[in-house]
Design a binder for this molecule. Structure first.
Ligand code: DON
Length: 316
């Protein structure tokens, strides 16, 4: 963006962001907070935050943008980035790149497709990605590697894992154990299911603020280069491909509706967060804990829809 374009974007954001916050604060229907992980079920559904990082590194935030929340499945974007760094295109021998049209935790396709998950963002695919990262390490080393990567991307060493969420996920993650066992039975896990899920459940339990999350995602805006420190995190082509997967698979069986309404690559989590990328322009993190029927943030999606419409941001 030229300096004039950037100034125009900043001016419009200063008008649009308060309008979005005011509009959504009046909504009584806010979706349902995730019930199956007890610490998430206790989160106040009235929370709402949004942060936008532009490619000059300026941050534009509203609401509870400085409050940490559980990033959950948004962590799958960072784990995928690391796994592609390790295996390159070899990853695609173990995980597909097609939307599943099923719920994030569905087991149905996995049996039909002989243990090859449809994509790296459904739980089965993310469990394979965790297995790739685990390789022959101890789970705590791999958990540390993922956490340090996210801290490095956001340039913020305060980012941490919520141990209560991690413990609750392990205690209630029977569906994930079923997926991991089926993957193992089909020869698509190198490590033991409990070790792989130790990694997966901890990566999901990373807690971040909207501001930290938008900063961590910024490398996907600028062709793989982190605007905060200038490091080339991934090659431009890989950044485009990660964005393509976010666009087609980032909202599970709600991905089509999200693309139709919002029109930019994005990844959701059951903590109510969404990371959205407007290539060459902005990295956006939004948080509203109430979810829609697909497990994606109800008001978070609405906020992104309003923002992208008002700013005329779309990849289409
Ligand atoms: O595997 C699970 O159930 C969670 N830890 C993550 C799920 C999630 O965030 C799905 N996204 N909407």
């Amino acid at each position: 963006m030229t300096t004039d374009q950037l100034a125009d974007v900043k001016f419009r954001l200063s008008e649009v962001l308060p309008q979005i916050a005011a509009h959504l604060s009046q909504r009584s229907e806010r979706g349902q907070v995730a019930q199956y992980i007890p610490p998430l079920a206790r989160i106040d559904p009235g929370k709402f935050g949004m942060a936008i990082v532009l490619n000059d590194n300026s941050v534009h935030a509203i609401g509870d943008a400085q409050e940490a929340f559980s990033i959950q499945s948004i962590s799958k974007v960072f784990a995928l980035t690391l796994a592609l760094g390790k295996l390159g295109d070899g990853l695609w021998r173990r995980v597909g790149r097609e939307p599943s049209g099923d719920a994030f935790n569905s087991i149905v396709l996995l049996e039909h497709e002989k243990g090859i998950p449809r994509n790296p963002f459904i739980n089965a695919g993310a469990i394979v990605t965790s297995d790739v990262l685990l390789a022959s390490h101890e789970p705590r080393e791999t958990i540390g590697e993922i956490l340090r990567f996210v801290q490095f991307l956001a340039e913020d060493s305060d980012i941490s894992i919520d141990p209560f969420v991690a413990q609750a996920e392990t205690a209630t993650g029977f569906g994930n154990f079923a997926l991991a066992n089926l993957l193992k039975a089909n020869g698509n896990l190198q490590n033991l299911p409990e070790q792989v899920l130790g990694v997966y459940h901890h990566q999901c339990s990373i807690a971040m603020t909207c501001r930290q999350l938008a900063q961590a995602g910024a490398f996907l805006v600028s062709e793989g280069r982190n605007p905060l420190n200038g490091f080339q995190i991934v090659a431009p082509e890989r950044a485009r491909r990660i964005n393509a997967l976010m666009m087609t698979c980032g909202h599970y069986n709600g991905s089509g509706d999200f693309a139709y309404r919002v029109g930019v690559p994005a990844k959701s989590g059951v903590g109510g967060g969404v990371l959205a990328i407007v290539p060459r322009i902005a990295s956006i993190a939004v948080w509203s804990p109430g979810l829609n029927q697909h497990g994606n943030s109800l008001l978070g999606t609405e906020a992104l829809e309003m923002l992208c419409k008002e700013m005329r941001w779309s990849v289409f």
